[in-house]
Design a protein around this ligand. Structure first.
Ligand code: GRF
Length: 241
């Protein structure tokens, strides 16, 4: 189930020059774990970027909270270790997050990638991995935090919608944004059509954000995001087609 992956030629000059900036790529591979709950198309985009575009990461494990998630099969087909941590097995949210943390620690990741992980995490968990957890959200944050973003965008009659990769903080979908991509919203759109249009952009920007972190160029520290040692004041914008 391959997904699209980006090439430099797809980028406009400003983002392209950012991505090609001076710092050489790190020689080592960043250990990551990917947390999923569902289809895993973003996971697939990361796998494909590693295979096709030398994304400098090693995917230590895919951790899933739903036994029937199709994304588990994608991981297995790629030869990646999988782990199931099911919420039904735990009495409280705190217990679940403690088990999740214990599972993650087995793999010693430098970055935790929430790729469609449909679970609100406790403050304790988020704080433990602060600066080391990123999420992809299907809206142009800060617009439409939370669920059902595509229908809410249609209902709000916005003409532009999209997706954001951001660092995870205690504020739901509120952590500092790294990169965004926009799509048009057409008058005859339905949720499925709009979701598919957004998803195609997600598959492009998620590997880009992971690459910047893996290359040591993008860091979140002391409540600030830095790109090439400069504060990132606004999220990077993936160019319109
Ligand atoms: C994506 O739309 C993502 O933005 C949201 O959940 C969806 C996951 O899709 N957080 P997939 O499982 O990666 O296909």
């Amino acid at each position: 189930m391959p997904s699209d992956s980006t090439t430099d030629s797809a980028l406009d000059s400003s983002l392209e020059s950012t991505l090609k900036s001076t710092t050489p790529p790190a020689a080592t591979l960043l250990p990551i774990v990917v947390l999923i709950s569902g289809a895993g198309s973003n996971l697939q985009a990361i796998i494909d970027a590693k295979i096709n575009d030398d994304l400098p990461v090693t995917i230590q494990a895919v951790i899933c909270n739903r036994r029937d998630a199709p994304g588990l099969l994608r991981a297995q087909q790629a030869g990646i270790s999988t782990e199931l941590v099911e919420q039904a097995q735990y009495a409280t949210r705190e217990d679940f997050d403690a088990a999740l943390q214990q599972c993650i620690e087995k793999y010693q990741p430098a970055l935790i990638v929430l790729a469609g992980f449909m679970r609100i995490l406790t403050d304790a968990f988020v704080n433990h991995y602060r600066g080391k957890t990123i999420n992809i959200h299907p809206s142009l944050l800060p617009a439409f935090r939370g669920l059902n973003t595509h229908q809410r965008a249609i209902d709000a009659k916005v003409t532009e919608h999209g997706t954001t990769v951001h660092f995870v903080t205690q504020e739901l979908d509120g952590g500092p944004a790294i990169i965004q991509a926009s799509v048009p919203v057409y008058p005859n759109d339905n949720t499925a059509k709009l979701a598919q249009r957004v998803l195609e952009k997600e598959h492009l920007i998620f590997p880009l954000a992971i690459r910047l972190i893996a290359e040591g160029r993008l860091v979140y520290t002391n409540n600030n995001v830095y790109l090439d040692n400069q504060p990132l004041q606004e999220p990077l914008q993936y160019p319109d087609p």
